[in-house]
Design a protein around this ligand. Structure first.
Ligand code: MFK
Length: 579
């Protein structure tokens, strides 16, 4: 039977085909480093569309299983993972995805190289990047706060390229009381002769097949709240592979990240060692969170890029209304908007990776510590939210096919949906940005850094966008002055708009830098076109809400009936304290 069959989208080498990635590395890396790393990235780019993709598909189609008992009734709590998942562990080690950051062969450029590797690897990894993110974060915590024994054992195994020895780490923070607010952590650490034993529930533990984990717990007798929390190093299994007083209650049945085992655990006297200082658990685990947040950002950007590559190719294969989609104005407008989004998000993310590398190798300039502090949550929250929005649009580019499971498109969207949630939700991270500004005074160095970058823009074609960015920066500075001494309610209500404004302004400054470099060096006008799209929107949307707006938030948000007499019918001066 003859008939029409739609050609599926096809993509090639995920390094070579990614103009934004390759041109960024050409611009940023010293020539000798660029020449040395390019063949490895190209090889990884090919793997991403060949063996890696197949292995990830296998892992995805064989989700992990919890086997609580053996045939004889012994509690074993075995978590069975697929062949593909185990292979991804090996490949990640061989490719040196974590190791690259700690070998520091290219000084602070190592974190840029690593970001490029994760960018290529992630969309073909069944999100094996989750254990890698935590592994990397754990390595950093041990490097900074661990004792000599932890450094000689765990650090070496977390950062090795040897697949036989490579360890991954979990991160145990979340309990039944929540993952955002850890102050009500119930896990208790009891002092023993040779360390501590942990008792209590952990409600979301990702990658529960890891060899070790970092866990928050309260030492018996410590104060309530998060100031009483300490950080512990846990090796999960004994020499025979049995869990050390850990019970797996069940695996979570999640919307996405199907290959990744995520478990509910009970710690029943699990041996643990204190890391660093008692009561400094949250502060110390922040080093891990900042790294997992950067991974999260790279992954968000990489999913958007993968979806866009598929949608672009599909534009040439799909004929509708007499022509290819790729010839139709509205399809082109959609792709262009997504490409500009991708290019901006990419530059923001690699800027943070570069700053992380500078911090780790002692190359931060004055004030850049604050820039890293503020941009890490800004980048995580912005890229995650925007990736989900962009991928929703990409799903629509495929029409009904995009909604069909075995095209692979739903999986990308499902997996991306976790990114705004774990490692700090959009709102929690917006409040973190606010705290970094209010408590750590991080905005002033950020403004200096931005003004410095904008002052370098010289090309006449870019002057209108430079002026817009400068205007936005002044608006932000004016806004920030009002933050000092402001009441909590309006400051918190505007925190998300503030974080978004910071993201957009930073992206515009980075696009100005990139567009200028390309106009000067190779005549590529695409970064300038992306820049224009970004500048076509309001850059700074943060403004203090009027008292009346806070009132409206309450009435609308809670859908309260103001006629009941318990609420003021309309806002009127004095019905709420002054903003
Ligand atoms: C693809 C990537 C995949 C990654 C997957 C990983 C899967 C893992 C799944 C999970 O575990 S999800 C759960 C993740 N949980 C979070 O992300 C926690 C979200 N909540 C926060 O981030 C809160 O802001 C936080 C718990 C950190 C706030 O805690 P508190 O108790 O209100 O603490 P506070 O007073 O804000 O900060 C305590 C100390 O830490 C302060 O320092 P000092 O003790 O010196 O005053 C802060 O300055 C410091 N700190 C907090 N956040 C920091 C930080 N320092 C640097 N960077 C930060 N981000």
């Amino acid at each position: 039977m003859n008939g029409f069959f739609q050609d599926p989208p096809r993509i090639g080498n995920q390094f070579d085909e990614d103009r934004v990635l390759t041109s960024y590395l050409r611009r940023k890396l010293p020539l000798e480093i660029y020449s040395e790393v390019i063949s490895g990235l190209r090889r990884l780019g090919q793997r991403a569309v060949s063996d890696l993709a197949l292995i990830a598909d296998q892992a995805e189609s064989s989700p992990p299983k919890h086997v609580p008992y053996d045939a004889w009734g012994h509690r074993i709590d075995h978590i069975e993972v697929s062949y593909g998942w185990r292979m991804l562990h090996r490949i990640a080690a061989e490719e040196g995805i974590v190791a690259t950051a700690y070998e520091r062969r290219y000084s602070y450029y190592s974190r840029i190289l690593q970001a490029a590797m994760i960018h290529i690897f992630n969309p073909s990894s069944a999100i094996y990047t989750c254990p890698l993110a935590m592994t990397d974060g754990a390595a950093r915590v041990i490097e900074k706060y661990g004792d000599e024994e932890m450094k000689a054992r765990a650090f070496v195994l977390l950062t090795t390229r040897d697949p036989e020895r490579f360890w991954s780490s979990g991160q145990w923070m979340t309990e039944r009381s929540g993952g955002s607010d850890v102050s009500r952590t119930e896990t208790l650490a009891r002092r023993e002769e040779n360390g501590f034993s942990l008792y209590g529930p952990k409600w979301f533990t990702s990658a529960t097949t890891s060899e070790m984990a970092l866990a928050l717990a309260r030492i018996e007798g410590a104060v309530e709240g998060s100031k009483g929390l300490s950080l512990f190093y846990v090796e999960m299994r004994d020499q025979w592979g049995r869990l050390k007083n850990i019970q797996v209650n069940r695996l979570k049945d999640k919307m996405g990240t199907k290959a990744l085992p995520t478990a509910e655990l009970s710690l029943l006297g699990t041996p643990a060692r204190l890391i660093g200082q008692e009561g400094k658990g949250v502060r110390q685990v922040a080093s891990m969170l900042n790294i997992t947040r950067i991974y999260n950002s790279v992954c968000a950007v990489s999913y958007l890029r993968r979806g866009l590559a598929l949608a672009r190719d599909y534009g040439f294969r799909r004929i509708a209304f007499g022509s290819q989609l790729a010839e139709q104005p509205l399809y082109l407008e959609t792709l262009a908007r997504l490409q500009a989004l991708y290019e901006g998000m990419f530059l923001l993310t690699v800027r943070v990776a570069e700053l992380l590398g500078r911090e780790e190798t002692g190359h931060l300039a004055a004030g850049e510590h604050s820039v890293l502090r503020i941009l890490t949550p800004v980048t995580k929250l912005f890229t995650a939210r925007e990736a989900v929005a962009g991928l929703t649009e990409i799903m629509e580019c495929f029409g009904g096919a995009g909604y069909v499971e075995d095209t692979g498109i739903p999986r990308i969207l499902r997996d991306a949906h976790v990114l705004p949630i774990w490692e700090g939700t959009t709102s929690v991270l917006s409040l973190d940005v606010l705290r970094a500004i209010e408590r750590e005074n991080a905005l002033a160095p950020y403004l200096v850094d931005m003004r410095e970058r904008l002052s370098q823009v010289r090309r006449p074609e870019l002057i209108p966008q430079k002026a817009l960015a400068e205007h936005g920066l002044e608006k932000l500075a004016t806004f920030a002055r009002r933050l000092h001494g402001a009441r909590r309610e309006p400051a918190e209500a505007v925190a998300r708009a503030l974080a978004y404004s910071l993201a957009r302004l930073t992206i515009v400054s980075l696009l100005l830098e990139s567009a200028g470099w390309h106009l000067d060096n190779d005549g590529d006008i695409r970064p300038m076109y992306s820049l224009r799209r970004w500048c076509a929107q309001e850059l700074v949307t943060a403004q203090f809400p009027e008292e009346s707006t806070l009132h409206e938030d309450r009435v609308l948000g809670l859908d309260q009936d103001t006629r009941s007499g318990t609420m003021p019918i309309e806002w009127r001066p004095g019905s709420y304290p002054e903003v």
